[in-house]
Design a protein around this ligand. Sequence first.
Ligand SMILES: Cc1ncc(COP(=O)(O)O)c(C=O)c1O
Length: 384
Amino acid sequence: MTQTTDSVLATIPSPCFVLEEARLLQNLAVFERVQKEVPVRVLLALKAFSLFHSFPLIRKTLHGASASSVWEAQLAAEEFGGDLHVYSPAFRHEDMPAILAYASHITFNSISQWERFCPLIKRSPSPPSVGLRINPQYSPVETALYNPCQPSTRLGISPEYLGQSLPEGIDGFLSHNLCESDSYALEKTLLHIEGFFGHFLPQLKWLNLGGGHLMTRQGYDVAHAIEVLGAFHNRYPHIELILEPGSAIAWETGFLLSTVQDLIPTPTLTNVMLDVSFTAHMPDCLEMPYKPVIRGAHEPQEGDKLYRMGGSSCLAGDFIGDYAFDHDLSIGDRMIFEDMMHYTMVKTTMFNGVVHPSIGILRKDGTFQLWRQFSYEDYRARVG
Ligand SMILES: Cc1ncc(COP(=O)(O)O)c(C=O)c1O
């Protein structure tokens, strides 16, 4: 954990998403190593982390970005540069001209989408390389909400729908089946791809192995991932390997700072009323669900005073808990929710019109720089 001094914390407006530069650089160093030791191109998945003020740092290491919509594609083209892989579960006809202007690679989720847009692509002045998303028939993800290979999935083409040969004009495959996964799940994915789609591999120019490779989590066996990717490369040297992680880039690279507004006692616990909302600002806590780490808090032990963190919306379930602290909490205390960079800012809403967290960066020299503050006008522009 970066040691943030109380004096710097006190200068940060509340609430605020704070990116920690030193930690982002640590994560990028992991991908720098991977790209150095094995021929693989790593992209940033914007759906997980789109904080474009940080892109100048990230693009020193990564080769480009992956986008899942025309707006993400435009943001990547404007702010990131480099390779741009665009995949959407269902492209809209009206978005295609802009996407074709930005994309270096485009991946279709079905043969019918490919057939629908193939004439447009052929007429494009600089057509992107085209791929299909496959369903590798394996995912280690147990939570259905995050399992792209669940029965009757709408994501990716199963082998029986591809026949014996690829349609003309298809250069690559995208396989996204992992989520916060390890190198052994990557190894198994490659085995499944070879097992179910092996007869297509001689025709491919590239294979995008999607996201979910949590190489920056403590304990991830990076050397094993390098070995697995290297062995695949040796078997298929003509295939360019691509990874498009999101979470792993922004993993544990920052926090959401909030302030205690009220303390409401009940017979069993104290509700801590915050100026942030779980449903609006940390939705994965409720969707996944999981209990975020709070700096300075611990799991309650027998006899501890219990604190439940309450969000600022009126949703009855907008709370997470319970936590214990080694001191009594007071109104005005700052509460720091760790690891709040990936799948937070990209998913926030202005539900209830709650004040939207600002965004800033804690530089590696310890100074804080505010990047964005939101206003009533931003709220008004969202709702009508
Ligand atoms: C196609 C695709 N690529 C990449 C990602 C990024 O995954 P992660 O943030 O888990 O690395 C996702 C996440 O849903 C995805 O659907």
